[in-house]
Design a protein around this ligand. Structure first.
Ligand SMILES: NC(=O)c1ccc[n+]([C@@H]2O[C@H](COP(=O)([O-])OP(=O)(O)OC[C@H]3O[C@@H](n4cnc5c(N)ncnc54)[C@H](O)[C@@H]3O)[C@@H](O)[C@H]2O)c1
Length: 373
């Protein structure tokens, strides 16, 4: 007997979830839902999905799903997790970031606990072999005591930042967070998937046990989420998507290990199935892990808002950046609202034009204005 899976939201990331389920023996992808006809028929044709729905609630009611993927924009993660949980699937795989604030994340965890549903958040890169190997090397003392992790990313702290903060936690053995010190600039009226975000920011994170991490977001033009440098008391280690290399103090050459790569969305789905069937080690992307990652992201915003170091646990349930903007603390000096992911709703021609312009290095605001948005 196969478990039955369905996907809510048939946009860009839904294909990765479909691939994940179809690569998992024991799970059958039976349905998908999206109010946009082009989106739902597109995914149906690509993955031969038996049934599609315009209304997610109708799909949940009719299909009696065991696995539900939530592939919607961030503000919809919490309401749709609550909605799906009421139908008591065995597991929900909700996309990252877990939510736009801690209050939403807590409501998601409570609803899933109440209904006996396992909650996974799409930090699928925890299944990159290179990251797991690096985690093991660091734990084994390959570079002595890990002291500092450095990473630069872009396209918003909630968006790519959630992957990098989650990666830092994973690489260093998921230590608890002691404090966060953040800086934020928001001169332009910038949004990402309909969420108000910063122009750029950075966060220094102190973990219990001594490791620190420095995350820069949208300061350098990179939107990388795969590469990390860890400095230790006796060496340095670099992690990429498919390899790890490290240099030990006291002479000698870099040691490089090619770790290979398997589709992390497939591994994420397989691990969800194992978890449902009782795997004792749970799931690397489980909701409670993602909540700790979200707490750091929210801590970076709150620290900048308070102009102070924020100690954990963070007591702010609301979205600190949104609250700060609403209270007038971050006045926009370059007016004109724009959304750096608005292109997701473009027709294919508009999308191709937008992406070409971005590749040429132009600012999203300029391109969107020129296109009449
Ligand atoms: N894990 C990753 O590496 C990764 C990568 C990309 C995106 N994501 C996450 O996936 C989420 C979705 O992003 P995307 O790029 O796929 O967006 P998208 O715009 O391509 O797709 C979203 C889809 O949701 C649909 N939708 C909207 N309201 C709906 C409703 N009420 N019921 C059903 N469908 C509805 C839209 O019509 C659209 O087709 C985001 O939160 C994003 O952060 C994760």
């Amino acid at each position: 007997m196969s478990y039955r899976a369905g996907i809510i939201g048939c946009g860009s990331i839904s294909a990765a979830h479909a691939r994940g389920y179809q690569g998992t023996p024991g799970i059958e992808l039976v349905a998908a839902a999206d109010p946009v006809e082009r989106a739902r028929t597109g995914i149906q044709a690509q993955f031969s999905i038996p049934r599609i729905y315009a209304d997610a609630e109708e799909m949940l009611r009719e299909e009696k799903l065991d696995f539900v993927s939530i592939c919607l924009w961030h503000p919809l993660h919490a309401p749709f997790t609550l909605q799906a949980a009421r139908h008591q699937p065995k597991a929900i795989l909700c996309e990252k970031p877990m939510a736009t604030c801690l209050a939403e994340a807590d409501a998601m965890l409570a609803a899933c606990d109440e209904q006996g549903v396992k909650l996974v958040i799409g930090h699928q890169r925890r299944y990159n072999h290179s990251w797991t190997r690096a985690r093991q090397l660091l734990a084994d003392g390959a570079i002595g005591e890990p002291r500092m992790v450095n990473v630069q990313t872009g396209e918003g702290l909630l968006n790519c930042g959630t992957h990098v903060v989650d990666a830092i936690r994973y690489l260093t053995g998921d230590p608890a967070t002691e404090w966060v010190f953040g800086a934020v600039e928001r001169q332009s009226d910038r949004f990402e998937r309909n969420v108000c975000i910063e122009d750029c920011c950075m966060g220094l994170i102190q973990f219990v046990g001594g490791v620190q991490a420095l995350v820069q977001c949208d300061l350098t033009g990179t939107s990388n989420v795969e590469n990390y440098t860890v400095t230790g008391s006796d060496g340095i280690l670099e992690v990429g998507q498919r390899s790890v290399r490290w240099l030990r103090g006291g002479g000698g050459d870099w040691q490089t290990e090619d770790t290979g790569y398997d589709d992390p969305w497939v591994l994420q789905a397989q691990a969800a199935l194992a978890w449902v069937e009782g795997a004792a080690d749970g799931h690397r992307g489980e909701g409670r892990q993602a909540r700790r990652t979200l707490e750091i992201l929210m801590g970076i915003y709150q620290s900048a808002r308070e102009r102070a170091v924020v100690r954990m646990p963070l007591a702010v349930g609301a979205y600190p950046l949104g609250a700060w903007v609403d209270e007038g603390g971050l006045p926009v000096t370059q007016p004109g609202r724009y959304d750096i992911r608005l292109f997701l709703s473009f027709d294919p021609e508009q999308k191709a034009h937008y992406q070409e312009q971005r590749r040429a290095g132009r600012h999203p605001r300029e391109i969107l204005r020129e296109m009449g948005f």
